[in-house]
Design a protein around this ligand. Structure first.
Ligand SMILES: [Zn+2]
Length: 427
């Protein structure tokens, strides 16, 4: 079973920090007995807070361009300064031949090139789109350009944890949300990324910038961005943990738009997240306030041919079904949400799929959750009684807003959706 990284500092143990730091210094210089290898805890590895988060903001690129209000230093993998790019100009970076990148046509050899304007300001980045350069996004921190084995380049943004959290909050909440909802979202976004930083310390990046991880689009300079930054500062260093045999452990704080009535368990995904706060079954009608087709949706009608086409696009063996005869839910959670479906084909063959995979193949915004009734009629598949929007794991975001609107505090809200969790300070 995958277990969350151990957290060293709980808010109740803050007084122990100076003592632990003294022990750390002592162990480094005097070889104190009893300290052993340190198995986690970034504050023990460095006197500064956490290392920067490494966010993959561009993958398998052939080029991108950047600009900054200050000179941008170009460094190699050892952070040795190779040169500078002038301020304000747009500089085009392209994958170079035989390892290395070209910046404005000049080749810089190395499989990792750093771009940093120091702390004098963010860097604007724009990516190639079909009709030219896309709208620039503004990224704090620095950039790392990694040359892949196939010659393409990956672009990673190294950014302070709280700057990252503020950006995620600004893109993952609805602007109308209450202050305590912003704060709860900040704690959840921070927990998620700190958990990933612990798990993926040897990988090339910690998180991606999309919904695969959390949506991150750099700095947002508007009212929502400022409210997100305030919530991040207010909760700085706080994460969700659960108590496991006397130790605080992080867990993956999943969240989705609206649970539709009851949260589901992470265990059905078999991802090793079977920990008490993620076991699901949390009843919630607070998300009734969600607008549009979020709390309830459907009926959604799709032609059987379209269902087959969409399934086959993702799972090529579905072509053997030869058409859709019927769709059967073959496993449900205790809360009655479908977990697994079997698609019976006109050819006599059948295909089993996890309900979430089935939904995503048909379109995440069309089939808005796995909590549905489904029936196939002649030439048509109908989804009815849809409940909720998103995977329904962990925090229900509209429920969070519903609770914040009636005066609940961020900590109370998170303890409701992640049973057994507590607030712990990691920096
Ligand atoms: Zn809910």
């Amino acid at each position: 079973m995958l277990r969350g990284a151990r957290v060293i500092f709980s808010s109740t143990y803050l007084f122990a920090v100076p003592i632990l730091l003294i022990l750390l210094i002592c162990s480094q210089f005097l070889g104190c007995p009893g300290m052993g290898p340190m198995d986690s805890g970034p504050m023990l590895e460095s006197p500064t807070p956490l290392r920067p988060v490494r966010v993959l903001i561009g993958s398998a690129l052939t080029s991108f361009r950047f600009s900054a209000d200050a000179q941008v230093a170009v460094t190699d993998g050892q952070r040795e300064r190779l040169g500078v790019c002038e301020r304000e100009d747009w500089h085009v970076v392209e994958a170079g031949p035989r390892g290395g990148v070209r910046i404005d046509g000049r080749l810089w050899v190395g499989d990792r090139i750093g771009l940093s304007s120091g702390w004098s300001g963010p860097i604007r980045v724009s990516f190639r789109e079909s009709d030219g350069w896309g709208e620039p996004r503004v990224y704090p921190g620095s950039l790392r350009v990694a040359v892949r084995d196939d010659g393409a380049i990956d672009l990673v943004n190294l950014v302070d944890v709280d700057r990252y959290v503020a950006s995620v909050v600004a893109h993952e909440v609805w602007p109308s949300f209450a202050e305590e909802a912003y704060r709860a979202q900040a704690i959840v976004a921070r927990t998620y990324v700190v958990y990933q930083m612990r798990r993926r310390s040897k990988a090339s990046h910690d998180v991606s910038a999309t919904q695969r991880s959390q949506v991150y689009r750099g700095i947002r300079n508007d009212v929502v961005g400022r409210r997100a930054m305030e919530a991040t500062r207010y909760t700085s260093g706080l994460v969700c943990t659960w108590r496991d045999g006397g130790e605080d452990r992080l867990f993956s704080t999943y969240y989705s738009a609206a649970c539709g009535g009851v949260s589901q368990s992470a265990s059905i995904f078999g991802s090793g997240d079977d920990v008490p706060p993620l076991r699901g079954g949390v009843r919630c009608d607070y998300c009734k306030i969600a607008p549009g087709k979020s709390y309830r949706w459907g009926p959604v009608r799709m032609s059987a041919d379209e269902v087959l086409d969409r399934l086959t696009a993702r799972y090529s063996d579905c072509a053997e079904l030869g058409g859709i005869a019927s769709i059967e839910v073959i496993a449900r959670t205790v809360g009655n949400r479908p977990v697994r479906v079997r698609i019976h084909g006109l050819s006599g063959k059948s295909k089993e799929l996890g309900a979430e995979r089935f939904r995503l193949a048909l379109g995440a915004s069309v089939i808005r959750s796995t909590d549905f009734d489904v029936r196939a009629t002649t030439g048509e598949v109908v989804f009815e009684n849809g409940r909720g929007f998103g995977h329904g794991l962990g925090l229900c975001q509209w429920g969070m807003q519903g609770q914040a609107a009636i005066g609940k505090r961020a900590g109370e809200i998170l303890k409701y959706y992640f049973p057994g969790c507590r607030m712990t300070r990691v920096y």
